[in-house]
Design a protein around this ligand. Structure first.
Ligand code: HEC
Ligand code: HEC
Ligand code: HEC
Length: 497
């Protein structure tokens, strides 16, 4: 017990010291994690958190709801689901189909669950949606997402609405234990009670799936959940979104979505050494599973200041803005699972808000999407015998069938086009990480508009060849300062996707 207390105080001092010095962290490039008491010892967590165990039910009633699809939900309908929901999911589903108010609530909850992209993390196997089990790699080990279907044994069927609110708004689990911030409660805390309960009402209508995800595999001390108490102290500010009366309803709606439900900052804001979000550099870019989630502040060179509102709406709605950007990797999933379902009004609100955040320069002199010119190496290559690894030859052999040997793409701006690599944000980025990742993993994006597919070359091409192609592509079609080595590609290849 003494050793325990000593370890505890040392860790607390360490955190406090770092917080005081606010040291520049080595770029933390994983989902946040923190700590946790080994399953079964959650009472210790409860001791630290007892003060927080009464749910704070205050909600900002005046949050603008913009153009949510089913409009305002009546108070009566919301109240209808506020009772204890210890029963089965079927009961809730039955209610949903007989009560018009509840049906509206469920529809609204479905929309909000999409905006919050719950399915992305809580689905490991598409045949078991929301049943969890997705491994989330962190610097401290692997977390597996829980089952959030209404199954009473393995899911959250026995959770009351108050339990659910407490998890979403305070990051506290049913047994009073601290949840890890890989669950984005640091953002979800801003969601109003009404919206959280709508999400709950929707989850209650899902088919209950009996499935127990694997146990977390975290190293000591990160398997001590109670340590999250300290993480929260420095990195978590509980509280609902407070609208800014000086801003338009549209701006407030955008802020509510971006800072809350849509949790864009989980990927686009850099982290401090504790894996908390660095609030001084919001939206200025970070690394996610080996991919650069770019700077999306309105700086003209470093960010997306040269994008129009319509460009942002189109990007989030379809994943492609010809002549600027295509969504690959984790962003392709965000578009496919979440933002493509948002109404144009909500997407415009997001654009309006993003255009208003503090611009962060980041050392660039030219926007990512303003580089490159067509190549004509194919002429030089005709009739020559290539014996070594040659970027131009590899490009013509592997990429030109779709992107054209000039790099200008095929099919112009139609939804199924093979995009131009000239004026493309990945090719013009200051480093080639995403380009190498696109070559390794391809592009796979299924939206209402199109099924977009670029093959993955990870199995066909070795690290030398991928580096040679990437360097050829950035030299001609993109930012020539962005170069990669075969070693870099090898490291990116190791990243868990
Ligand atoms: C970025 C990934 C991610 C997203 C997005 C996400 N979750 Fe989770 N969620 C997690 C992880 C990881 C945990 C487990 C945390 C832990 O073990 O402490 C979790 C835990 C939970 C829990 C607690 C379950 C339990 O058994 O303790 C609930 C409830 C929950 N999530 C609901 C949601 C809802 C609703 C949404 C969408 C609005 C959502 N989550 C979106 C990663 C995510
Ligand atoms: C799971 C991580 C993740 C989340 C969450 C996320 N993004 Fe992204 N985002 C990325 C990555 C990675 C890229 C780079 C994509 C690529 O290389 O094609 C990106 C690219 C973008 C771009 C294009 C930038 C450019 O210059 O090409 C925009 C705009 C953007 N994200 C906006 C958003 C908004 C708005 C949200 C919240 C609704 C969001 N993102 C949420 C990871 C994420
Ligand atoms: C079979 C056709 C095909 C081949 C071959 C192909 N691509 Fe692609 N490429 C695509 C498609 C489709 C997209 C995605 C378009 C979209 O997002 O709408 C794409 C997107 C890209 C992007 C933009 C990614 C982003 O996030 O902005 C880059 C860069 C790229 N390809 C490079 C390459 C390179 C380098 C090669 C050769 C190693 C190659 N492609 C081979 C079809 C192809």
């Amino acid at each position: 017990m003494k050793g325990f207390a000593a370890a505890f105080s040392i860790f607390a001092l360490y955190l406090a010291w770092h917080a005081a010095h606010d040291r520049e962290a080595s770029p933390a490039d994983e989902l946040p994690v923190a700590a946790a008491l080994a399953q079964g010892a959650s009472e210790v967590g409860a001791a630290g958190a007892s003060a927080a165990s009464t749910p704070m039910l205050a909600s900002a009633a005046s949050v603008p709801n913009g153009a949510s699809p089913s409009g305002a939900v009546s108070g009566a309908a919301a109240a209808g689901t506020a009772g204890p929901s210890g029963g089965s999911g079927q009961e809730a589903a039955a209610v949903a189909s007989t009560d018009d108010g509840t049906a509206d609530l469920v529809k609204r909850g479905e929309y909000l669950a999409r905006a919050g992209d719950c399915i992305a993390c809580h689905t490991a196997d598409k045949s078991r949606p929301f049943a969890g089990g997705l491994p989330i790699g962190t610097p401290f080990g692997t977390l597996y997402t829980p089952n959030i279907t209404p199954d009473p044994e393995t899911g959250i069927g026995r959770w009351t609405d108050a339990d659910f609110l407490r998890a979403m708004q305070q990051g506290i689990g049913k047994g009073g234990e601290h949840l890890y911030p890989a669950f984005p409660y640091a953002e979800y805390t801003r969601i109003t009670e009404r919206d959280v309960l709508a999400i709950r009402a929707y989850l209650n209508t899902l088919a209950p799936i009996r499935y127990t995800p694997p146990r977390n595999d975290l190293s000591f001390p990160f398997n001590q959940r109670w340590l999250m108490f300290f993480w929260n102290l420095f990195n978590f500010h509980e509280g609902r979104f407070v609208p800014d009366p000086k801003q338009s309803p549209q701006w407030n709606r955008g802020a509510y979505l971006v800072e809350g439900l849509a949790h864009c900052e989980e990927c686009h804001t850099p982290r401090n050494f504790m894996q908390g979000l660095k609030s001084s550099d919001r939206f200025s870019g970070a690394v996610q599973a080996g991919w650069r989630a770019f700077n999306i502040t309105p700086d003209r060179a470093g960010g997306i200041g040269n994008w129009s509102d319509e460009d942002i709406v189109r990007y989030l709605g379809t994943g492609a803005v010809p002549g600027r950007a295509n969504a690959a990797g984790p962003m392709a999933d965000v578009v496919a699972d979440s933002t493509q379902y948002l109404t144009p009004e909500d997407l415009r609100s997001i654009a309006a808000y993003l255009h208003s955040v503090r611009p962060v320069v980041g050392g660039q002199t030219r926007p990512r999407d303003q580089w490159g010119s067509p190549a004509d190496d194919v002429k030089r290559l005709r009739g020559t015998r290539v014996t070594s690894v040659d970027g131009a030859q590899l490009f013509v052999a592997n990429c030109a069938s779709c992107h054209n040997w000039t790099g200008q793409g095929i099919g112009a701006s139609s939804p199924l086009a093979y995009p131009s690599l000239i004026h493309n944000s990945v090719v013009g980025a200051p480093d080639s990480d995403n380009l190498a990742m696109v070559i390794l993993h391809g592009v796979n994006r299924h939206t209402k508009e199109a099924d977009v597919m670029m093959p993955a070359f990870g199995n066909e091409l070795d690290d030398d060849q991928i580096a040679a192609i990437a360097n050829y592509v950035t030299k001609h079609f993109g930012n020539p300062k962005a170069t990669v080595t075969a070693d870099d590609v090898g490291k990116l290849r190791q990243r868990q996707q």
